[in-house]
Design a protein around this ligand. Sequence first.
Ligand code: RP5
Length: 184
Amino acid sequence: MKVAMIMGSNSDWPKLESVEKVLKEFGVELEVTVASAHRTPELVKEFAEGARDRGVDVIIAAAGAAAHLGGFVAAYTTVPVIGVPINATALNGMDSLLSFVQMPSGIPVAVMAIDGAKNAAIFAVEILAVKYPELVDKLAAYRAQMKAEVKAKGDKLEAVRTASAKLAASGKKIEDAVRNFVKK
Ligand code: RP5
């Protein structure tokens, strides 16, 4: 089970670190390469052409500006490519988004949101789950955990909101309320 992530520059890494974290949670191996479609096109070609032989199941391609890394990679391999447009220029990622998403017919790139690295990792796991069924239960557990976290956040907000409303209604000064709380 292997994902290869290629990025246009090491300056993109801070926006992509979550890919490593998510894949680790699912026990998926990650290979990371820095190569640019315009500065090192030969390296990108080599990376993409050799991907299947290296055992790569899914590729994540991420880059800022309009250098078209996703389509470039996809042109040299039939391993599925997930694109992550990066916000790195004065156009706030729109340049990158369009260069990834508007692929002409024949060579697809599955494009995530601008800076959407985490979803790229989750989507990669969903693709891997077709071949490795043990990931199906892990994906379900991942969603269950998200659900529990959302519920806990909602409960916490409601508790704070109710407590503040009670405090305001009681007309007590905050200092008194805190003193009483500490006494308890
Ligand atoms: C793109 O240009 C890279 O993917 C990066 O997002 C952006 C800037 O690269 P550096 O100048 O920081 O190397 O090709």
